[in-house]
Write a protein that binds this ligand. Sequence first.
Ligand SMILES: NC(=O)c1ccc[n+]([C@@H]2O[C@H](COP(=O)([O-])OP(=O)(O)OC[C@H]3O[C@@H](n4cnc5c(N)ncnc54)[C@H](O)[C@@H]3O)[C@@H](O)[C@H]2O)c1
Length: 256
Amino acid sequence: MEYNDKVVVITGAGSGMGRSMVSEFARRGARVAAVGRTLEKVEESIRLAGNTERALALRADVSVEADVVGVIDAVVAHWGRIDVLINNAGVLDTYEPAHTVSLQSWQEVIAINLTGPFLMSKYAIPHMLKKGKGSIVNIASLSSFSAAGGGSAYTASKHGVLGLTRQLCFEYGAKGIRVNAICPGATATPMALHGGTSEALPDMDAGVMKTPAQRWCKPEEVARLAAFLAGDDADFVHGSAYVIDGGWLTAAREAF
Ligand SMILES: NC(=O)c1ccc[n+]([C@@H]2O[C@H](COP(=O)([O-])OP(=O)(O)OC[C@H]3O[C@@H](n4cnc5c(N)ncnc54)[C@H](O)[C@@H]3O)[C@@H](O)[C@H]2O)c1
């Protein structure tokens, strides 16, 4: 029970990796604030985790500042602290070439994938500073290093998440706050399997089968890595970009 009584805030907690993280952190004894755009979905994640007594379901759009402030205030009002923030919420773009992407669609992806983690961190960090300790894990992507995992907005947003991770590490590491990123490859979640909002999602199976692991990542594998990185066993790990991709990036014979 390494997370005994620690307060863990997870965004995008209503499906995919976020849902697995709710279960993983609950299993390790955490008090979990599960945040998502649809309350029923995060409530279902909590129910599946069997953690209804020690969890909070909160509705928020991470790209809306007032929602983020509301979530952080609610967690602190309920439990008086925030130990861990997992910035997991994200959306895929449409994979369109840049010259056909509308400004609105670009701005929506950047707002959720990059401004969201910034806002959540901005309002969670003061509570971590008060205790002189905290941990933030940002769910980035292989698209933090390379092109073709999405379109221009997705790739730029995930490169940005890595930059944000490094800057926050630089600003707050000496103050007891560790900030790290996880960079998953193709993971079997609704986003990758059904393409999120995209109708142009390439068939990723072919790429997956060319990786050394020759299989999709499971969301619970990302959740276990998040629990390690966020916790005290990773006390000396600051500013890292942890790749979990079955060897895709290292051994890619072709892009996504
Ligand atoms: N699945 C993959 O192959 C893959 C690979 C690399 C990185 N990622 C990243 O992993 C993270 C989790 O994605 P997933 O694969 O579990 O997909 P998913 O679609 O199952 O989960 C994403 C969650 O974020 C939520 N969300 C979206 N916009 C939001 C907003 N504005 N405010 C609050 N919540 C919002 C969604 O409702 C959803 O529950 C994302 O950041 C994604 O970019 C996914």
